[in-house]
Design a binder for this molecule. Structure first.
Ligand SMILES: Nc1ncnc2c1ncn2[C@@H]1O[C@H](COP(=O)(O)OP(=O)(O)O)[C@@H](O)[C@H]1O
Ligand SMILES: [Mg+2]
Length: 428
């Protein structure tokens, strides 16, 4: 099999790593890839959001399977373009990807099929209407920009002044671009957050190993929100009873609802949940794997990922094939100084080989590139040091041992990944 992976972050490095262990995989390309992926696949300089460029690339290399990492190509219709040409691809088409691409579309879907979610007060396409709607909501209120906003489109507003300010920035000053053209207001939920990620071929689905990420920049869930500073996976995260409740009240009605609406959803579906006092409720859908959750999940893969993904693309997913290593895994993100604010790039990274010598450690690259023999930083999130272990504490200890070998100027990371079991409504 020849495989094309689209994207260039830690999630895609994890995909390339596990696809590369399959005996049936002959060659992997990655567009655009990064400094770590370049050691395991052929990187091609095509942007992940460039559907035309990716079609051209696939025409040339003729992959047997394409796996899409990020949401942008999905929302831009990459899968539609590939399906038209009968090319096998893992990921939902443009219509199905609206579950992530439009929060209002997702909310209307949830309401139509009676799937538990926060109550929506209203959806608005002008700032004036949104301001007006504030007089009829309970406080705090959650304001969500409708479109893709790279994690910056949701605000838990404590009072009308803060809400007005956010609406003004999003709808009048267009600070988030087109993603902020419409907003919706919804009820604020309280509870612990959990992600439930599954792979589906449009009919059957298989849940992936349970995982939790850490969104805040600093220890004890302090500091600003980030793309994710670490993640871990352990079966204890999802007791059997909770899993059954989620499948019965959320996942199954979602699969049925998609079918009833004539939407064939194929690929990964990430269900973001709030575990409230009155049961699990959907916060959002993502139409792809999470980053860094994927690094922790795929570290536990005990099956042929290439085989399972090509089954899914062909509409023939066999859920029983997905077997997970017992125990746990952890991924600790090493970030550039200043991230998620301003940061410098071009810093040389030391100690990668020493870290990888440790048994059960894999260093997954996110924001790196190769310059001659050196690896230098190119992004905010630079590396995800990932480890497996017989228990969560063993996995964490091993991952942090790997972290201890690595250094670059300004490097910072959280020291409490996997330690805080409790998460806050502000996002952890
Ligand atoms: N209704 C809600 N009540 C409380 N917190 C919420 C609500 N909706 C979202 N959040 C918080 O905001 C975070 C981001 O919202 P989400 O819908 O996941 O959007 P995105 O990931 O696209 O920014 C969530 O992880 C959660 O912490
Ligand atoms: Mg989210």
């Amino acid at each position: 099999m020849k495989i094309l992976v689209i994207g260039g972050g830690g999630r895609e490095h994890a995909l390339v790593w596990k696809l590369g262990t399959s005996a049936r995989v002959e060659k992997i390309w990655c567009a655009p890839g990064n400094g770590g992926i370049a050691g395991e696949a052929e990187c091609v300089g095509v942007d992940a959001g460039d559907v035309g460029g990716l079609v051209g690339l696939a025409e040339k290399i003729q992959p047997d399977l394409t796996v899409v990492g990020p949401e942008l190509p999905l929302v831009n219709g990459l899968v539609d373009a590939f399906a038209e040409r009968k090319w096998a691809v893992v990921g939902p088409d443009k219509k199905a990807a609206q579950l992530e691409g439009s929060k209002i579309f997702a909310k209307e879907f949830l309401q139509r099929h009676n799937i538990p979610t926060a109550e929506m007060y209203g959806a608005h396409d002008s700032a004036g209407a949104a301001y007006g709607a504030l007089c009829a909501v309970d406080w705090p209120v959650v304001i969500k920009a409708d479109g893709l906003c790279a994690g910056k489109g949701v605000f838990l507003a404590p009072n009308p002044d803060a809400a007005t300010d956010f609406i003004e920035r999003v709808m009048e000053k267009n600070e988030l671009g087109d993603g902020g053209k419409r907003v919706m207001l919804e009820e604020a939920l309280e509870g612990e957050e959990l992600s439930f990620i599954l792979l589906t071929d449009g009919g059957r689905y298989a849940a992936l190993a349970p995982t939790r990420d850490h969104k805040r920049a600093f220890d004890n869930n302090e500091g600003p929100n980030t793309g994710g500073m670490g993640a871990y996976s352990s079966d204890e995260l999802l007791p059997a009873e909770l899993r059954q409740t989620i499948e019965r009240t959320i996942v199954e009605p979602t699969m049925k609802g998609l079918a009833a609406d004539g939407i064939r959803y194929q690929g990964f579906l990430y269900v973001g949940l709030m575990l409230t006092k009155s049961g699990p409720k959907v916060l959002e859908f993502n139409c792809r794997l999470g980053d860094p959750e994927t690094q922790a999940i795929l570290a536990r893969v005990n099956f042929d990922l290439a085989e399972v993904l090509s089954d899914a693309a062909a509409g023939n997913l066999q859920p029983e094939k997905l077997k997970w290593k017992p125990g746990a895994s952890a991924c600790v993100v090493l970030a550039s100084g200043g991230y998620p604010g301003k940061f410098e790039t071009g810093k040389e990274i030391q100690g990668l080989a020493e870290a990888e010598k440790i048994e059960d450690v894999k260093v997954l690259h996110a924001g790196t590139k190769r310059v001659g023999e050196k690896i230098v930083t190119t992004g905010g999130r630079v590396l995800g040091v990932t480890a497996t272990g017989s228990t969560l504490s063993v996995a964490l200890q091993t991952a942090y041992e790997g972290v201890g070998k690595i250094h670059f100027d300004g490097m910072h990371y959280r020291k409490d990944i996997g330690k805080l079991q409790q998460s806050s409504a502000a996002g952890d």
